[in-house]
Design a protein around this ligand. Structure first.
Ligand code: ADP
Length: 314
Protein backbone atom coordinates (compact mmCIF):
# COMPACT_ATOMS: atom_id res chain seq x y z
CA UNK A 1 0.00 0.00 0.00
CA UNK A 2 1.35 3.45 -0.92
CA UNK A 3 2.02 5.55 2.13
CA UNK A 4 0.54 9.04 2.55
CA UNK A 5 1.79 12.30 3.99
CA UNK A 6 -0.18 13.50 7.02
CA UNK A 7 -0.62 17.30 6.78
CA UNK A 8 -1.62 18.71 10.18
CA UNK A 9 -3.37 22.06 10.79
CA UNK A 10 -4.38 22.62 14.40
CA UNK A 11 -6.36 25.82 13.86
CA UNK A 12 -7.84 25.71 10.35
CA UNK A 13 -10.21 28.35 9.06
CA UNK A 14 -12.60 29.29 6.35
CA UNK A 15 -10.82 32.11 4.55
CA UNK A 16 -13.28 34.66 3.26
CA UNK A 17 -12.26 37.27 0.73
CA UNK A 18 -14.34 40.43 0.25
CA UNK A 19 -13.18 42.56 -2.68
CA UNK A 20 -14.45 46.16 -2.37
CA UNK A 21 -13.82 49.23 -4.47
CA UNK A 22 -13.55 51.32 -1.29
CA UNK A 23 -14.00 50.33 2.34
CA UNK A 24 -16.46 52.65 4.02
CA UNK A 25 -15.99 52.76 7.76
CA UNK A 26 -19.01 53.17 10.00
CA UNK A 27 -21.27 52.40 7.04
CA UNK A 28 -22.74 49.47 5.06
CA UNK A 29 -20.43 47.77 2.54
CA UNK A 30 -22.11 45.42 0.07
CA UNK A 31 -20.02 42.74 -1.52
CA UNK A 32 -20.92 40.50 -4.48
CA UNK A 33 -17.79 38.53 -5.40
CA UNK A 34 -17.30 36.59 -2.18
CA UNK A 35 -14.86 33.67 -2.17
CA UNK A 36 -14.69 31.17 0.69
CA UNK A 37 -11.89 28.61 0.82
CA UNK A 38 -10.56 26.07 3.27
CA UNK A 39 -7.68 27.93 4.88
CA UNK A 40 -4.82 27.41 7.28
CA UNK A 41 -1.21 26.68 6.46
CA UNK A 42 -1.49 22.88 6.66
CA UNK A 43 -4.47 22.91 4.31
CA UNK A 44 -2.37 24.83 1.78
CA UNK A 45 0.27 22.12 2.20
CA UNK A 46 -2.35 19.41 1.66
CA UNK A 47 -3.70 21.12 -1.47
CA UNK A 48 -0.27 21.49 -3.07
CA UNK A 49 0.64 17.88 -2.21
CA UNK A 50 -2.56 16.77 -3.91
CA UNK A 51 -1.66 18.83 -6.98
CA UNK A 52 1.76 17.14 -6.99
CA UNK A 53 -0.07 13.77 -6.97
CA UNK A 54 1.48 12.90 -3.60
CA UNK A 55 -1.01 10.91 -1.51
CA UNK A 56 -2.02 13.13 1.42
CA UNK A 57 -4.39 13.09 4.40
CA UNK A 58 -5.30 16.44 6.01
CA UNK A 59 -5.61 16.30 9.78
CA UNK A 60 -5.92 18.50 12.87
CA UNK A 61 -8.94 19.76 14.83
CA UNK A 62 -12.27 20.91 13.39
CA UNK A 63 -15.72 21.76 14.67
CA UNK A 64 -19.17 23.16 13.96
CA UNK A 65 -20.66 24.24 10.67
CA UNK A 66 -17.42 25.96 9.70
CA UNK A 67 -15.63 22.65 10.24
CA UNK A 68 -18.22 20.92 8.03
CA UNK A 69 -17.66 23.53 5.33
CA UNK A 70 -13.90 22.84 5.39
CA UNK A 71 -14.51 19.08 5.09
CA UNK A 72 -16.91 19.68 2.19
CA UNK A 73 -14.32 21.78 0.37
CA UNK A 74 -11.73 19.02 0.86
CA UNK A 75 -14.21 16.41 -0.40
CA UNK A 76 -14.93 18.49 -3.51
CA UNK A 77 -11.23 18.45 -4.39
CA UNK A 78 -10.90 14.78 -3.37
CA UNK A 79 -8.39 15.47 -0.61
CA UNK A 80 -8.66 12.83 2.12
CA UNK A 81 -9.07 14.09 5.68
CA UNK A 82 -9.10 12.78 9.20
CA UNK A 83 -9.71 15.64 11.66
CA UNK A 84 -10.59 15.25 15.33
CA UNK A 85 -14.06 16.76 15.83
CA UNK A 86 -14.75 19.20 18.69
CA UNK A 87 -17.93 20.76 20.08
CA UNK A 88 -16.90 24.27 19.12
CA UNK A 89 -16.88 26.24 15.90
CA UNK A 90 -13.73 26.47 13.83
CA UNK A 91 -12.88 29.98 12.79
CA UNK A 92 -13.46 32.40 9.94
CA UNK A 93 -10.67 34.63 8.71
CA UNK A 94 -11.78 37.60 6.65
CA UNK A 95 -9.62 39.54 4.20
CA UNK A 96 -11.10 42.74 2.78
CA UNK A 97 -9.31 43.74 -0.42
CA UNK A 98 -10.00 47.41 -1.00
CA UNK A 99 -8.83 50.83 -2.19
CA UNK A 100 -6.21 49.87 -4.76
CA UNK A 101 -4.51 46.78 -3.32
CA UNK A 102 -5.01 47.48 0.38
CA UNK A 103 -5.82 44.48 2.53
CA UNK A 104 -7.62 44.69 5.88
CA UNK A 105 -7.82 41.41 7.77
CA UNK A 106 -10.17 40.31 10.53
CA UNK A 107 -8.95 37.05 12.05
CA UNK A 108 -10.94 35.10 14.62
CA UNK A 109 -8.78 33.39 17.23
CA UNK A 110 -10.83 30.20 16.95
CA UNK A 111 -11.87 27.67 19.59
CA UNK A 112 -10.62 27.68 23.17
CA UNK A 113 -9.41 24.17 23.99
CA UNK A 114 -8.17 22.48 27.16
CA UNK A 115 -5.92 19.71 28.49
CA UNK A 116 -8.52 17.04 27.74
CA UNK A 117 -8.72 18.15 24.09
CA UNK A 118 -4.94 18.00 23.93
CA UNK A 119 -4.82 14.48 25.37
CA UNK A 120 -7.60 13.38 22.99
CA UNK A 121 -5.80 14.87 20.02
CA UNK A 122 -2.53 13.10 20.86
CA UNK A 123 -4.40 9.77 20.84
CA UNK A 124 -6.10 10.73 17.57
CA UNK A 125 -2.71 11.69 16.10
CA UNK A 126 -1.04 8.45 17.17
CA UNK A 127 -3.92 6.46 15.67
CA UNK A 128 -3.50 8.35 12.37
CA UNK A 129 0.10 7.26 11.80
CA UNK A 130 -0.44 3.88 10.13
CA UNK A 131 0.83 3.99 6.54
CA UNK A 132 2.19 7.52 6.92
CA UNK A 133 5.56 8.35 5.33
CA UNK A 134 6.00 11.95 6.54
CA UNK A 135 4.12 14.25 8.92
CA UNK A 136 3.92 17.98 8.23
CA UNK A 137 2.86 20.32 11.03
CA UNK A 138 2.04 23.88 10.04
CA UNK A 139 0.97 27.04 11.77
CA UNK A 140 -0.04 28.20 15.20
CA UNK A 141 -1.82 26.41 18.02
CA UNK A 142 -5.40 27.10 19.09
CA UNK A 143 -5.78 28.88 22.41
CA UNK A 144 -5.65 26.62 25.47
CA UNK A 145 -3.27 23.99 24.06
CA UNK A 146 0.23 23.81 25.50
CA UNK A 147 3.27 25.03 23.59
CA UNK A 148 4.68 21.51 24.10
CA UNK A 149 2.03 19.92 21.85
CA UNK A 150 4.23 19.89 18.73
CA UNK A 151 7.12 18.47 20.80
CA UNK A 152 4.84 15.62 21.94
CA UNK A 153 3.69 14.98 18.36
CA UNK A 154 7.31 14.92 17.16
CA UNK A 155 8.14 12.40 19.89
CA UNK A 156 5.22 10.12 18.96
CA UNK A 157 6.13 10.23 15.25
CA UNK A 158 9.88 9.81 15.91
CA UNK A 159 9.32 6.67 17.96
CA UNK A 160 7.63 5.24 14.86
CA UNK A 161 10.51 6.54 12.73
CA UNK A 162 8.27 8.93 10.79
CA UNK A 163 10.04 12.19 9.90
CA UNK A 164 8.29 15.42 10.90
CA UNK A 165 8.46 18.61 8.84
CA UNK A 166 7.67 21.49 11.18
CA UNK A 167 6.67 24.91 9.85
CA UNK A 168 5.81 26.99 12.86
CA UNK A 169 7.19 30.03 14.62
CA UNK A 170 7.50 31.64 18.04
CA UNK A 171 7.25 29.58 21.18
CA UNK A 172 5.96 26.28 19.71
CA UNK A 173 8.95 26.23 17.33
CA UNK A 174 11.45 27.13 20.05
CA UNK A 175 10.08 24.53 22.45
CA UNK A 176 10.11 21.87 19.70
CA UNK A 177 13.75 22.60 18.97
CA UNK A 178 14.60 22.21 22.66
CA UNK A 179 13.03 18.73 22.88
CA UNK A 180 14.80 15.38 23.01
CA UNK A 181 13.37 14.34 19.64
CA UNK A 182 14.03 16.96 16.98
CA UNK A 183 11.92 17.71 13.91
CA UNK A 184 13.46 16.21 10.75
CA UNK A 185 13.07 19.47 8.84
CA UNK A 186 12.19 23.05 9.73
CA UNK A 187 11.43 25.82 7.24
CA UNK A 188 11.55 29.20 8.92
CA UNK A 189 11.85 32.34 6.83
CA UNK A 190 14.46 34.98 7.75
CA UNK A 191 12.11 36.88 10.01
CA UNK A 192 11.08 33.74 11.91
CA UNK A 193 14.69 32.71 12.49
CA UNK A 194 15.58 36.17 13.87
CA UNK A 195 12.56 35.98 16.15
CA UNK A 196 13.66 32.53 17.29
CA UNK A 197 17.16 33.58 18.33
CA UNK A 198 15.88 36.97 19.54
CA UNK A 199 18.30 39.12 17.57
CA UNK A 200 18.53 40.48 14.04
CA UNK A 201 20.54 38.63 11.39
CA UNK A 202 22.25 40.95 8.92
CA UNK A 203 23.49 38.64 6.18
CA UNK A 204 23.80 35.05 5.07
CA UNK A 205 27.28 34.64 6.60
CA UNK A 206 25.87 35.56 9.99
CA UNK A 207 22.91 33.26 9.38
CA UNK A 208 25.26 30.34 8.63
CA UNK A 209 27.16 31.07 11.83
CA UNK A 210 23.97 31.09 13.90
CA UNK A 211 22.80 27.78 12.43
CA UNK A 212 26.20 26.22 13.15
CA UNK A 213 26.71 27.50 16.68
CA UNK A 214 23.27 27.79 18.28
CA UNK A 215 22.40 24.58 20.14
CA UNK A 216 18.71 24.90 19.17
CA UNK A 217 19.61 23.67 15.68
CA UNK A 218 21.74 20.70 16.74
CA UNK A 219 20.31 17.41 15.50
CA UNK A 220 17.86 18.93 13.01
CA UNK A 221 18.71 17.15 9.76
CA UNK A 222 17.31 19.79 7.38
CA UNK A 223 17.04 23.53 8.01
CA UNK A 224 15.56 25.34 5.04
CA UNK A 225 15.62 29.11 5.44
CA UNK A 226 13.41 30.45 2.68
CA UNK A 227 14.36 33.90 1.41
CA UNK A 228 11.39 34.85 -0.79
CA UNK A 229 12.56 35.97 -4.25
CA UNK A 230 16.17 35.23 -3.18
CA UNK A 231 15.53 31.48 -2.93
CA UNK A 232 16.87 29.75 0.17
CA UNK A 233 19.82 28.93 2.39
CA UNK A 234 19.80 25.27 3.38
CA UNK A 235 21.70 23.43 6.08
CA UNK A 236 21.64 19.66 5.60
CA UNK A 237 23.43 17.89 8.45
CA UNK A 238 26.74 19.84 8.52
CA UNK A 239 26.64 21.08 4.91
CA UNK A 240 25.33 24.40 3.61
CA UNK A 241 23.72 25.06 0.23
CA UNK A 242 22.55 28.23 -1.48
CA UNK A 243 19.62 27.96 -3.86
CA UNK A 244 18.82 30.75 -6.27
CA UNK A 245 15.73 31.06 -8.42
CA UNK A 246 14.92 33.00 -11.61
CA UNK A 247 13.02 36.27 -11.61
CA UNK A 248 9.35 35.57 -12.17
CA UNK A 249 6.12 37.52 -12.45
CA UNK A 250 4.58 37.24 -9.01
CA UNK A 251 0.78 37.20 -8.89
CA UNK A 252 0.22 36.29 -5.21
CA UNK A 253 3.10 35.27 -2.90
CA UNK A 254 0.82 34.29 0.03
CA UNK A 255 1.23 30.61 0.87
CA UNK A 256 4.63 30.22 -0.87
CA UNK A 257 6.19 28.93 2.31
CA UNK A 258 3.42 26.33 2.65
CA UNK A 259 3.90 25.35 -0.96
CA UNK A 260 7.64 24.96 -0.32
CA UNK A 261 6.86 22.69 2.64
CA UNK A 262 4.64 20.56 0.38
CA UNK A 263 7.42 20.22 -2.20
CA UNK A 264 10.02 19.29 0.43
CA UNK A 265 7.70 16.74 2.08
CA UNK A 266 6.72 15.13 -1.21
CA UNK A 267 10.37 14.66 -2.25
CA UNK A 268 11.29 13.28 1.19
CA UNK A 269 8.34 10.88 1.06
CA UNK A 270 9.40 9.74 -2.41
CA UNK A 271 12.92 9.05 -1.12
CA UNK A 272 14.62 11.29 -3.69
CA UNK A 273 18.21 12.53 -3.35
CA UNK A 274 19.13 15.67 -1.41
CA UNK A 275 19.44 17.93 -4.45
CA UNK A 276 15.96 16.97 -5.62
CA UNK A 277 14.49 17.60 -2.15
CA UNK A 278 15.81 21.17 -2.15
CA UNK A 279 14.96 21.93 -5.78
CA UNK A 280 11.45 20.51 -5.46
CA UNK A 281 10.76 22.78 -2.47
CA UNK A 282 11.99 25.84 -4.38
CA UNK A 283 9.97 24.95 -7.47
CA UNK A 284 6.68 24.53 -5.63
CA UNK A 285 7.27 27.79 -3.71
CA UNK A 286 7.87 29.62 -6.97
CA UNK A 287 4.88 28.05 -8.74
CA UNK A 288 2.60 29.19 -5.91
CA UNK A 289 3.59 32.84 -6.41
CA UNK A 290 2.48 32.60 -10.03
CA UNK A 291 -1.14 31.73 -9.16
CA UNK A 292 -3.94 33.92 -7.86
CA UNK A 293 -5.17 31.29 -5.42
CA UNK A 294 -3.27 30.79 -2.15
CA UNK A 295 -1.66 27.37 -1.72
CA UNK A 296 -2.13 26.38 -5.34
CA UNK A 297 0.29 25.38 -8.11
CA UNK A 298 0.12 24.54 -11.80
CA UNK A 299 1.94 21.21 -11.84
CA UNK A 300 2.33 21.34 -15.62
CA UNK A 301 4.94 24.07 -15.21
CA UNK A 302 6.93 22.03 -12.69
CA UNK A 303 9.73 20.72 -14.96
CA UNK A 304 10.27 24.05 -16.73
CA UNK A 305 10.85 25.92 -13.45
CA UNK A 306 12.72 23.08 -11.75
CA UNK A 307 15.40 23.38 -14.47
CA UNK A 308 15.86 27.07 -13.74
CA UNK A 309 16.96 26.65 -10.13
CA UNK A 310 20.64 26.80 -9.36
CA UNK A 311 22.25 25.22 -6.36
CA UNK A 312 25.69 25.91 -4.94
CA UNK A 313 27.39 24.05 -2.12
CA UNK A 314 28.95 26.58 0.25
P1 ADP B 1 7.09 32.34 3.59
O1 ADP B 1 5.83 32.36 2.76
O2 ADP B 1 7.11 31.23 4.59
O3 ADP B 1 7.50 33.67 4.13
P2 ADP B 1 9.01 32.73 1.45
O4 ADP B 1 8.40 34.07 1.16
O5 ADP B 1 10.47 32.72 1.79
O6 ADP B 1 8.23 31.89 2.55
O7 ADP B 1 8.77 31.85 0.14
C1 ADP B 1 9.02 30.48 0.06
C2 ADP B 1 9.59 30.14 -1.30
O8 ADP B 1 8.68 30.55 -2.34
C3 ADP B 1 10.90 30.83 -1.64
O9 ADP B 1 12.01 30.13 -1.13
C4 ADP B 1 10.84 30.84 -3.17
O10 ADP B 1 11.15 29.56 -3.69
C5 ADP B 1 9.36 31.08 -3.45
N1 ADP B 1 9.10 32.55 -3.55
C6 ADP B 1 8.57 33.35 -2.61
N2 ADP B 1 8.47 34.63 -3.04
C7 ADP B 1 8.97 34.64 -4.31
C8 ADP B 1 9.17 35.64 -5.31
N3 ADP B 1 8.84 36.93 -5.11
N4 ADP B 1 9.71 35.25 -6.49
C9 ADP B 1 10.05 33.97 -6.72
N5 ADP B 1 9.89 32.97 -5.81
C10 ADP B 1 9.37 33.30 -4.63
Amino acid sequence: MTKSILAVTMNPSVDISYPLETLQLNSVNRVTEVTKTAGGKGLNVARVLHQLHSPVIASGILGGTIGQFIEKKLDETKIKHNFMPINQESRNCIAILHDDMQQTEILETGPLLDEQDEANFLIHFENSLDNISVVTISGSLPKGLSTELYTKMIEIASIREIPVVLDSSGKPLKVSLSGRHKPFLIKPNQEEIAQLIEKPIHDLVELQEVLTINSLFKGVEWIVISLGADGALVKHNEEFFRLTIPKIDVVNPVGSGDSTVAGLASAIAAGTDDVEVMKTGMTTGMLNTMEKQTGFINNELFNEYYQKISLKKL
